[in-house]
Design a protein around this ligand. Structure first.
Ligand code: DC
Length: 218
C-alpha cells in the first residue's frame, strides 16, 4: 500500500535528511514543504516585497512559476535549491509563512502533490493541517544546541561563515515565531510518534521510522 507519511518538528531536528532517506528506502516521493515557503521568501527578497505584505506576497505567488522537478525546487525555471537556504531567507521566512492566505495557497498545492499517496512530506503542519489523516505521522525533535550545531555545519559546508551563537539565537527566534503563529503553528500532530534525535545518527532515526511505516503496511 502507498502510504502518506508526515514528518514535523522544529528547524534542525533532522527532518529533511531523514525524510529524504525514508522516501528513498520506500521508493516514495519526497516533499519539503519548508522549501516552498522559502522559495516564496526568496522571490519576495528579489522583488523587494516586504515579508509583512500579505497582498504583495499573494500577487507574487500567482505570478511566479514554483515547481518541484526531480526533488529540486525551481523558481521561474531557475534551480534555487541552494539559494533558499541562505541566512537572508532564514531571517524572513517565518514572517512569510505566518500569513493565513499564503498558508492556505501552499497547503492546497501540498495536498494536491500528495493526493496519490506514496509520499513523505516534512514541515511544521504536515501531520496536523496538510494531511491530518496521513497513515504514518512522526514528530522529530532535538535540543536547541544539537539543532543549532547541525544547521551551523550545514551552512559551513555551503561556504557560509556564521557564528554558532548567532545561529542558535536566530533558531530560537524562528522556533518562537513558528510556535506562536495563529495558523499552522508547530505542534505535535494527533497520533504522531515523537522521536528525540539528540545524539542519534541519521541511520538510527531512519531505521526507527522505517520500522513504524512497515508495521502500518508500507
Ligand atoms: O523547515 P525549514 O527550516 O526549511 O522551514 C522554513 C520556514 O518555513 C520555517 O520558519 C517554518 C516555515 N514552515 C512552515 O511554516 N510550515 C511548513 N509546513 C514548513 C515550514
Amino acid at each position: 500500500m502507498k502510504l502518506r507519511i508526515t514528518i514535523d518538528g522544529p528547524a534542525g531536528a533532522g527532518k529533511s535528511t531523514v525524510a529524504r532517506e525514508l522516501a528513498h528506502a520506500l521508493g516514495y516521493g519526497y516533499l519539503d514543504t519548508g522549501a516552498m515557503y522559502r522559495a516564496l521568501a526568496l522571490a519576495a527578497l528579489r522583488a523587494g516585497i516586504a515579508p509583512e505584505d500579505a497582498p504583495g506576497l499573494m500577487r507574487l505567488l500567482s505570478s511566479v512559476d514554483l515547481r518541484l522537478e526531480h526533488g529540486r525546487l525551481r523558481l521561474d525555471g531557475e534551480d534555487v535549491a541552494d539559494e533558499i537556504r541562505q541566512p537572508a531567507v532564514d531571517r524572513i521566512v517565518s514572517l512569510v509563512a505566518a500569513h493565513p492566505a499564503v498558508r492556505e495557497a501552499l497547503v492546497a498545492r501540498q495536498r494536491s502533490i500528495a493526493s496519490e499517496g506514496g509520499i513523505v512530506m516534512d514541515g511544521r503542519d504536515a501531520g496536523s493541517v496538510v494531511l491530518p489523516d496521513a497513515e504514518c505521522k512522526f514528530f522529530l525533535t532535538a535540543s536547541l544546541p544539537a539543532r543549532a550545531g547541525r544547521r551551523h555545519r550545514e551552512l559551513l559546508a555551503q561556504g557560509v561563515r556564521v557564528d554558532l551563537a548567532e545561529v542558535e539565537r536566530e533558531m530560537a527566534n524562528r522556533d518562537a515565531q513558528d510556535e506562536m503563529r495563529a495558523v499552522g503553528a508547530l505542534k505535535v500532530p494527533d497520533g504522531a510518534l515523537v522521536v528525540d534525535t539528540t545524539g542519534l545518527g541519521v541511520a538510527d532515526v531512519v531505521d526507527r521510522l522505517l520500522r513504524a511505516c512497515r508495521e502500518r503496511g508500507a
